[in-house]
Design a protein around this ligand. Structure first.
Ligand SMILES: C[S@@+](CC[C@H](N)C(=O)[O-])C[C@H]1O[C@@H](n2cnc3c(N)ncnc32)[C@H](O)[C@@H]1O
Length: 511
């Protein structure tokens, strides 16, 4: 039980209920640099009765709760992830830091726990949340999350504020309905007794306690076994590290860390790489001077590792076939001392603009953004590149801690569709490479269909023209003995390595 006598979801695992807390870093948009801000499976944004004339103007949020509510509603009704929706709303709302932190905590927490909240709420509502109007669903989830997962918010505030939000932004009938359901939810507590016992239905139990879809839990139970699968589920519900890459053309990592520490920023060295720093969660990334001055880039160490494995050299021609928003292209240019050419391709021209912006901020001149489908690279690049990076679009199942609603949007069918695109991009990327050149394939997912199987399929089709390269010379000592490194690949995991789930393979063109 949590203070106030309300049952916390999870029973013996009750502390899991707390892990959605303190995502409050003020701004939310800090997923893996490469992901699209648009969610592929948003439910259609068609105007409904409740929607007409609503006050859902971006930036209209007057409180942290309202910002969280609007972000959850936007993600529920349109093709946008909740972290990006929230970042946009917070950018336009002049909220004090405390309210911004509350907004982040609530939006991330509700988005993560959505499946479990809906399961529990359907015990108190005749219609399950999936069949309710989106503002009603958002208000119920927000209220129930505060009731069951946060112990510092009084029950009456959780209920009344949710009722006020749905009165302002929802259909006319909704206030009374939300009030009745949340009052029952507060009175009875989380329906702990109905969670299937671990011994009877392990996947069902873990799916509810750790708020993941059952298909993912079953997948990971099969691959990792119960103990390790549970550690992964827990890691996906923790606030991920805030990592930065120091631009070594502008700053020395140790000196920058000392300067930040002197200004009161909690900072430590990265876990694996010399240019990596880890910062305390109180930092507002975009507002840090060092960021604006081009001394650092927000990036997880797993992403940095892909560029270490590529090992670009000054003077190289490097092609990055899926480059936006430029996290790795700019790292490549930094490691080349800004000498040579980095052709940064992406199919999304809007996202590609961010590559140019990042290059300007970091003072890099050797990056050439090129808007095109990476499967149709220009003939002039064929057989020319010294190195090619294929950091392909993927399911993102390695970054569930950063993308709180992603787990509920993906299906097993997505993996098969993505694997086809990934294979096509890898083949097109390979065609740019000189004999002797190096090709790195990477994703932010943990799933073999998108990782090893894509690479194995490519090598089988290449008929000996490419070979997997032993990865160990390019890895920090702490990672050299990981499975697969001698065969040319590495899989990083949040619960094992404390970084994003990430896959990297290194291939070489032999003829
Ligand atoms: C994982 S992200 C890349 C992240 C980037 N490498 C970085 O480090 O910042 C994948 C990118 O692939 C792009 N994309 C999707 N389909 C593509 C295609 N057919 N050709 C080229 N780019 C594509 C998306 O727009 C997205 O920017």
């Amino acid at each position: 039980m949590v203070p106030g006598g309300r049952a916390a979801p999870g029973g013996a695992g009750a502390p899991h209920g707390r892990s959605g807390r303190a995502a409050g870093r003020g701004t939310a948009s800090r997923g893996r640099g490469g992901e699209s801000t648009r969610a592929p499976h948003g439910r259609g944004g068609k105007a409904r009765g409740w929607d007409r004339g609503s006050t859902r103007t971006p930036g209209a949020a007057a409180t942290g709760r309202e910002a969280a509510f609007l972000a959850l509603l936007a993600a529920d009704t349109g093709p946008v992830y909740v972290d990006h929706a929230l970042a946009r709303i917070l950018d336009r709302a002049a909220l004090p830091a405390r309210e911004r932190a509350l907004a982040t905590e609530l939006a991330y927490g509700v988005a993560r726990r959505q499946g479990t909240l809906d399961w529990a709420l359907s015990r108190f509502s005749r219609k399950p949340p999936a069949r309710l109007d989106p503002p009603v669903r958002a208000a119920l989830r927000l209220g129930a999350y505060q009731l069951w997962y946060l112990d510092r918010i009084p029950a009456h505030a959780a209920v009344d504020e949710s009722v006020n939000l749905v009165r302002r932004h929802g259909p006319a009938y909704a206030a009374g309905f939300v009030n009745a359901v949340l009052r029952a939810a507060a009175r009875h507590g989380f329906p702990q007794g109905e969670v299937p016992p671990r011994e009877r239905d392990l996947a069902g139990h873990l799916a509810l306690v750790h708020a993941h879809p059952r298909w993912l839990v079953e997948r990971w139970l099969g691959r990792l076994g119960p103990e390790e699968a549970e550690r992964l589920l827990e890691a996906n519900n923790r606030v991920p590290p805030l990592s930065a890459r120091v631009n070594r053309l502008r700053a020395d990592p140790r000196a920058l860390a000392a300067a930040l520490a002197a200004r009161g920023v909690a900072v430590e060295a990265g876990r694996f790489l010399p240019e990596a720093l880890r910062l305390g969660h109180g930092v507002h990334p975009a507002e840090l001077d060092a960021f604006q001055e081009g001394a650092l880039t927000w990036q997880d160490e797993s992403s940095m590792l892909a560029v270490h494995v590529l090992d670009p050299r000054p003077g190289d021609l490097v092609v990055d076939v899926a480059a936006a928003p430029g996290g790795k292209s700019t790292h490549i240019a930094e490691r080349m001392g800004d000498r040579g050419r980095v052709v940064a391709c992406d199919a999304d021209p809007g996202r590609l603009e961010k590559v140019g912006e990042a290059a300007r901020r970091l003072g890099l001149g050797c990056i050439e953004p090129l808007a095109l489908d990476g499967r149709k690279l220009p003939e002039r690049l064929a057989g020319q590149a010294d190195r090619v990076l294929a950091d392909v679009p993927c399911s993102g199942l390695g970054v569930l801690a950063r993308r709180p609603d992603l787990r509920w949007r993906k299906t097993p069918d997505d993996l098969a569709a993505l694997a086809e695109l990934q294979g096509e991009l890898l083949r097109a990327a390979a065609a740019c490479l000189k004999p002797g050149g190096v090709l790195v394939y990477s994703t932010c997912t943990t799933e073999p269909e998108e990782n090893q199987q894509v690479v194995e399929g490519f090598l089988a089709q290449a008929g000996g023209a490419f070979t997997a390269d032993d990865l160990r010379p390019w890895l920090p000592a702490a990672l050299r003995d990981e499975p697969g490194t001698a065969q040319g690949w590495i899989q990083l995991w949040p619960h094992r390595h404390g970084v994003d789930g990430f896959f990297i393979a290194r291939l070489r063109r032999v003829r």
